[in-house]
Write a protein that binds this ligand. Structure first.
Ligand code: ATP
Ligand code: MG
Length: 254
């Protein structure tokens, strides 16, 4: 197996509390990996540590064969590791298109001065970005709302803009933390279909999700975390029938 992402012995404390206590797993290249576990298991914290928001106390993160532990988020984005973020409430007037462009333009390597001087290179870069934004909007079926303000979108469309914005960075691996949370079942299906198509086109995805039917349908392998550690991994059926996993969801027995 070639691993897109390898996490080994990852530990992280918050104010002396051991939140990550040794996380070990690999995300196979090209896979649609699921990350599950009870509330408070440390899943979101793990994504934050892997994507450079928090600095781990110990352990390592490798992207492909490159050691990336402790790199800043923008360096990780440039290296191809991208996580989706909820849409900021700060830019209510921006259209969908502007949102996508803003995120693309925020990539490392952009030369703001060149953009201001409107050099030929900057214009070409802008054309490239807008082509990519149109392509991503078409694929996510957002092309008919490109000029609408993001605030006017449905909840599901907003989720798609979040995914689109992450795609603007041209990721090799996409980390998604509950991208379907709070949307209706039919929109969940639409988002799932988009994710399946992206994965089939070669994008490696690691998805945190509490909806087990969705995890069963989309993900292999499935990694289970509990109490800041990797508990087990395997196919959905393997981990779901594991007594330790069932106990972790029921709460620790005393
Ligand atoms: N910034 C922080 N400061 C202090 N403690 C934190 C912080 N972020 C998370 N924690 C704690 O770390 C633990 C793991 O939280 P985390 O959000 O990673 O869990 P999770 O597995 O994503 O849970 P959920 O499924 O509910 O989203 C929790 O006990 C939480 O209270
Ligand atoms: Mg979480």
């Amino acid at each position: 197996m070639t691993a897109a992402l390898t996490i080994a012995g990852l530990k992280l404390d918050f104010y002396g509390v051991h939140v990550l206590r040794g996380v070990d797993f690999a995300v196979p290249a090209g896979s649609f990996t699921g990350l599950i576990g009870p509330n408070g298991a440390g899943k979101s914290t793990l994504f934050n540590a892997v994507s450079g928001l928090y600095r781990p106390k110990a352990g390592s993160v490798r992207l492909g064969s490159v050691e990336t532990t402790g790199l800043a988020p923008e360096k990780l984005v440039a290296a191809g590791l991208v996580r989706s973020f909820q849409l900021a409430r700060g830019f209510p007037k921006l259209s969908v298109f502007q949102h996508l462009m803003l995120y693309g333009a925020g990539q490392p390597g952009e030369n703001l001065l060149a953009a201001m001087l409107r050099s030929a290179a900057a214009r070409r870069r802008e054309e490239e970005l807008s082509e990519r934004a149109f392509g991503i909007a078409r694929r996510l079926k957002l092309d008919h709302v490109l000029d609408n303000p993001v605030t006017a979108l449905s909840g599901g469309q907003k989720k798609l803009v979040e995914i689109g914005r992450a795609l603007m960075a041209d990721p090799k691996i996409l980390l998604l933390d509950e991208p379907m949370a709070g949307v209706t079942p039919s929109l969940t299906e639409q988002i799932a279909d988009h994710l399946i198509a992206l994965n089939q086109d070669g994008l490696t995805i690691c998805l945190i999700e509490h909806d087990m039917a969705l995890i069963k349908r989309l993900c292999a392998p499935v990694i289970v975390m509990a109490e800041g550690k990797t508990l087990t991994q395997g196919s959905f059926d393997e981990v779901a029938s594991d007594i330790r996993v069932q106990e972790a969801y029921l709460g620790r027995r005393h």
